[in-house]
Design a binder for this molecule. Structure first.
Ligand SMILES: [Zn+2]
Length: 457
């Protein structure tokens, strides 16, 4: 009875906030549920026949969730997932409420939720997941040294409050050290990379976020570094070394803007795999999803097949050579996709030059409030040069301003494009993030001078 009353009240609240136009109505039902029935989320999660999987870590949560959902669905599961912007406790609780009828039932067979690193401590005890995936731990731009250890400890508390199987990145020392929080240390599955061609592994370790032994705090010695602090490591005093991954990338066959082909070893047997996503970080996301899907009973064949056809959160990526510059056109149309574009292409670029073109024509969606759900803050400290353009250039500039970011206002697309190209050195890559009709208009401007090469990502 209490469940039904709480669900009725909270669902009405969600509908009302959506009606009033205050955000997507995602967080408030969760807040209401906490007030009326603190156990509601636990009950709803427990009603999912094949349980819950939680995905956390600094980068790649959305991509991993997407790949894993595809594999689980290919097996026949009906997977309930949350939106990238709703990864705090209230967002997850609201997602469960929205999907449930008044009797607390959903048509989903599994829950797969991405959870903010600091929120795992709250979400995990509530939902009692069967698996917890931890992808990586990087310092966010605004964090100070030492805070990463605090984040890891908070995740550890979340893990310790469950009996979940852990899916951990073997190549991230701090993540691998989380195994010590598992109820059963054998109930851990590691994923990792065995080796990368030299040109793809970064030699620069000045950005390493965590490279200390979790036991003696001595600096770990690395025999291989893939990027930042991810690689093969051991404590010089032999307290701690990289665990052997069960799921490992053993050979890279192809890596370009259209995707990645690789050989993956699963419990010693080698298989060919491919994903339609570029970048080493996406390899880790695929390995994590594969480890989790395998633990959830999805066959390797099914998982690998679903990965090769998952277009992840991207619509389309175009590479354009124009006036001696390389332009990457990355369509953005919702918070999930835009977050993905920023995480995959922009955050790791050095001093990227970015043109963001926001239109609000019918085909773009008239409401641009979703821009507030995109973590543009991630670009703070990256020395990005930003240009705000399009019909809603002012809104975009304001959004960036609230993220602590300066930007040039160039409402006219032609002016904005000129400005971007002028700022680029010969051979340098510029990034264009347009909404749909802005993309069409930009293409027209560019197409007057050049042929477009389109790649599907
Ligand atoms: Zn040590």
């Amino acid at each position: 009875m209490r469940t039904a009353l709480t669900l009725a009240a909270t669902k009405a609240t969600g509908a009302a906030t959506r009606f009033l136009g205050r955000g997507g109505g995602t967080a408030l039902p969760g807040l209401m549920a906490e007030r009326f029935d603190p156990n509601l989320a636990s009950k709803l999660a427990a009603s999912l026949p094949n349980g819950v999987i939680l995905v956390t870590g600094t980068n790649g949560k959305t991509t991993t969730t997407k790949l894993l959902a595809a594999a689980l669905e290919a097996k026949g599961e009906r997977v309930l997932t949350n939106q990238a912007g709703s990864n705090l406790k209230r967002g997850v609780v609201s997602t469960l409420i929205k999907a449930s009828n008044l009797r607390g039932r959903t048509t989903a067979t599994m829950g797969l939720f991405e959870v903010d690193e600091a929120s795992l401590r709250l979400v995990a005890p509530l939902l009692q997941p069967r698996q917890i995936i931890v992808l990586n731990l990087f310092r966010d731009q605004l964090d100070r040294y030492g805070e990463l250890d605090t984040t890891a400890r908070l995740i550890g508390e979340g893990i310790a409050a469950t009996k979940a199987k852990l899916i951990l990145n073997a190549d991230d020392p701090l993540v691998a050290s989380l195994a010590s929080y598992a109820e059963d240390p054998d109930n851990v599955s590691y994923f990792g990379i065995e080796g990368l061609p030299a040109d793809l592994a970064t030699a620069d370790r000045s950005v390493a976020d965590s490279d200390r032994c979790p036991i003696c705090n001595e600096r770990l010695s690395f025999s291989r570094v893939f990027y930042s602090h991810l690689g093969h490591y051991r404590c010089p005093k032999k307290h701690f070394d990289r665990p052997q991954p069960v799921i490992a990338m053993t050979r890279l066959d192809k890596a370009d803007a259209t995707g990645t082909g690789f050989e993956v070893s699963v419990a010693g047997k080698r298989h060919q795999a491919s994903i339609t996503l570029p970048g080493v970080y996406n390899l880790y996301n695929a390995l994590a999803a594969l480890a989790s899907a395998t633990a959830a009973g999805v066959s390797l064949e099914t998982s690998l097949k679903s990965f090769s056809s998952t277009t992840a959160a991207f619509g389309r990526v175009e590479t354009i050579d124009w006036r001696g510059r390389k332009l990457l056109m990355l369509l953005i149309k919702n918070p999930t996709g835009a977050t993905q574009v920023i995480e995959t292409f922009i955050v790791r670029a050095k001093a990227p030059k970015v043109l963001i073109a926001i239109n609000d024509n019918y085909a773009d969606g008239r409401d641009v409030s979703w821009l507030w759900d995109v973590p543009f803050e991630r670009l703070a400290g990256s020395k990005a040069e930003l240009i705000a353009s399009g019909l809603r250039a002012d809104d975009m500039k304001l959004r960036l301003h609230y993220g602590g970011l300066d930007s040039h206002l160039e409402p006219e697309l032609a002016d904005a494009l000129d400005r971007l190209v002028t700022e680029l050195a010969a051979g340098e890559t510029g990034y264009i993030l347009p909404t749909y009709t802005a993309m069409l208009a930009l293409r027209k401007l560019i197409g007057k001078e050049t042929a477009l090469s389109e790649v599907k990502v």
